[in-house]
Design a binder for this molecule. Structure first.
Ligand code: ZN
Length: 292
């Protein structure tokens, strides 16, 4: 018996098959081109495992339609990604494989993976928020195995934050809001602020303090609104060194108002290594879909 996982990102698709213990048996990466070509490649690849495949979990970039009773359930909707507006994603898989398919956002897939791993690591985690800070910013929220978001999935990347006094002349890069969280801390902001990529910016650069101030506000707001057991930060911009700065700012902002326990355990890097959270989450969601 095999479970399938598709992590659909704006630049690449990661397809994998794994067993019920969430161990990857095979994996492939396709660049994101047109919907027909990319989805077609995925279907062809999974076809090799047709006899053993029992369910598939798909975690996609968005926005996506998640309401089961909506005619566009399983679609990527009004995405800024060119060529992908109104793309039926789940439909072609349903048609080809006739298997249970779990469908959620990329960050929800990762959040679920971290939720499952926390349990496997014997952490007492009932609720968890997973942020990704990479090309874009987003977050998924799991409470007792269910996602928050009924009318649609959360869009935490676009929350408003208080500006850092040393950053007031930066307009932000979000095409919708300018200086929302994503507009201030997503990977491409390094290029916009400094003219170089984030990889070339040493942690001693003040920009990292400014970003930590914004990310700490996101952690604070998440804490005050949801009181989760844990907040996980993943994505290309995040490192343990950066999170040290975030924790320091977070403690200042929280000012001991509520107890979050040991902040080192509360604000953490992903348990899954090598950006593997979503694949594990997708396997687990596929298994859940199968059992339901
Ligand atoms: Zn925005």
């Amino acid at each position: 018996m095999l479970l399938g996982s598709i992590e659909a990102g704006g630049t690449k698709f990661v397809c994998a098959v794994g067993n019920k213990d969430y161990q990857v048996q095979d994996k492939v990466i396709f660049p994101t081109t047109t919907p027909e070509e990319t989805i077609g490649k995925c279907i062809d690849w999974f076809d090799k495992y047709r006899d053993e495949l029992t369910a598939i979990g798909i975690a996609s970039f968005g926005p996506i339609e998640i309401r089961q009773n909506d005619p566009k359930y399983g679609f990527i909707t009004n995405t800024p990604k060119q060529g992908w507006v109104d793309t039926d994603f789940v439909g072609p898989f349903k048609k080809h494989f006739d298997l249970p398919i779990a469908w959620t956002t990329d960050v929800n897939g990762s959040a679920y993976g971290e939720y499952v791993l926390a349990t496997l690591f014997n952490q007492r985690v009932h609720s968890l928020i997973y942020y990704t800070i990479g090309t874009g910013v987003g977050a998924g929220e799991v409470v007792d195995g269910r996602f928050i978001g009924e009318m649609g999935h959360p869009e935490v990347g676009h929350i408003k934050v208080k500006r850092h006094p040393d950053d007031l002349d930066f307009a932000g890069i979000c095409p919708f809001h300018g200086d929302c969280l994503e507009g201030l801390v997503a990977g491409p902001t390094f290029q916009a602020r400094l003219g170089i990529s984030g990889r070339e910016v040493p942690l001693t650069n003040h920009v990292w303090d400014i970003m930590a101030y914004y990310v700490a506000q996101a952690a604070l707001d998440s804490t005050l609104m949801f009181r989760p057991d844990k907040i996980v930060f993943g994505g290309g911009v995040v490192s343990e060194q950066f999170l040290k700065k975030v924790r320091r700012e977070f403690k200042k902002l929280l000012n001991n108002y509520v107890d979050v326990g040991d902040v080192e355990k509360y604000i953490t890097m992903p348990l899954a290594k090598g950006n593997g959270s979503a694949t594990i989450g997708n396997f687990a969601l596929a298994l859940k879909e199968l059992q339901e």
